[in-house]
Design a protein around this ligand. Structure first.
Ligand SMILES: Nc1nc2c(ncn2[C@@H]2O[C@H](COP(=O)(O)OP(=O)(O)OP(=O)(O)O)[C@@H](O)[C@H]2O)c(=O)[nH]1
Length: 312
């Protein structure tokens, strides 16, 4: 086993950070480390945190993590950094908010980009989850920007997805109704110190009523992340979902599906790389010349190249 992998498994924080960087930058040999890490994964419980911008995702993560830490568990946090310059300020703010957490030896915080090659959570994020798992985290939080694709991706990559809502979404709830139902395993109405929190909770309950055949009906609770009120209930609800997944066998199914998707992405990535490499060979350029002179058609050329990729 490589020295760095050994140190990560022993729980060395600096090596954990170093390995994530190696994987993020795809430094030579990174896949060998991931292969070695793999059998030490599967113990951590992965929680995705999502919700509209400004709903209090960072504040909630901070408080949940502190709650978990009071029980002595080790926690990893991956904050997904939106690549858009638009939200940069908010992310800097998040870092400041979680500053005191980063001083805690039992907490590992990392922010990562959204640049997934296939539009999903980047491979680096999925790999970082595995590294943190092998490092010994009991819980790993993935906090995302609550927009579009990243919300869907977080569901695929988490065991439990916590959907944060805030009072006064009103019509927005109607608009996102269908999508939201699929996304949240646990709902929390944050900023319950503001007017209308109970009404929002009721609206979500009504929305959940539309579906009759829940195997696990998502619990809904009120919370004031800023003061910590309701954090214990939110955590209990996450654990309720965890217990359900574990006792029903759904957790294994979920992880099977996740691996299936990840393997597919890895294969696609590897093939795309081979296709890209082909573009630069003289041999291909010569064959392309022949498509112009009609000595060969482009379809036969594609067959030749596929054969070449398979056989080389
Ligand atoms: N009144 C009230 N404000 C809150 C509460 N929780 C968080 N906030 C405030 O809401 C604002 C946004 O909180 P964040 O935790 O940054 O929210 P976020 O969802 O991570 O924000 P983005 O990263 O911009 O999407 C901050 O000013 C918080 O102080 C709460 O329970 N009540």
């Amino acid at each position: 086993m490589s020295d760095i992998v050994k140190k990560v498994i022993e729980g060395k924080k600096r090596d954990c950070a170093r390995l994530i960087t190696i994987v993020e930058n795809e430094i030579n040999g990174y896949e060998k480390y991931l292969k070695e890490i793999y059998k030490y994964t599967g113990r951590a419980y992965i929680v995705g945190i999502t919700g509209p911008p400004g709903a209090g995702k960072s504040t909630m993560t901070d408080k949940l993590v502190k709650h978990i830490r009071s029980k002595g568990n080790k926690v990893g946090i991956i904050a997904i950094d939106p690549t858009s310059p638009f939200t940069k300020g908010a992310i800097l703010g998040d870092r400041v908010r979680m500053n005191d957490l980063s001083l805690d030896k039992g907490v590992f915080i990392r922010s990562m980009g959204t640049r997934g090659s296939l539009g999903g959570l980047s491979n680096a994020t999925q790999s970082a989850v595995k590294i943190l798992d092998a490092y010994g985290c009991d819980f790993i939080f993935i906090e995302t920007v609550g927009v579009g694709q990243s919300e869907i991706d977080i569901v695929k990559n988490s065991d439990t997805t916590l959907m944060i809502m805030v009072p006064g979404l009103g019509d927005d709830i109607q608009a996102i109704k269908a999508g939201v139902m699929e996304i949240g395993d646990v709902f929390v109405i944050n900023k319950a110190d503001k007017d209308g929190a109970k009404k929002t909770a009721l609206e979500i309950e009504m929305m959940l009523d539309f579906k009759k055949d829940w195997k696990f009906r998502p619990p809904v609770n009120l919370c004031v992340a800023e003061t910590g009120e309701g954090i214990d209930t939110t955590f209990k609800n996450i654990i309720k979902h965890k217990n359900y997944l574990e006792s029903s066998g759904e957790l294994t199914k979920k992880r099977f599906e996740r691996n299936k998707l990840e393997v597919k992405e890895l294969v696609q990535r590897k093939i795309s790389k081979l296709v890209k490499e082909l573009e630069y060979t003289n041999e291909v350029n010569e064959l392309l010349d022949k498509t112009i002179t009609k000595e060969i058609d482009i379809y036969s050329l594609s067959d030749i190249l596929v054969e070449k990729i398979i056989n080389d």
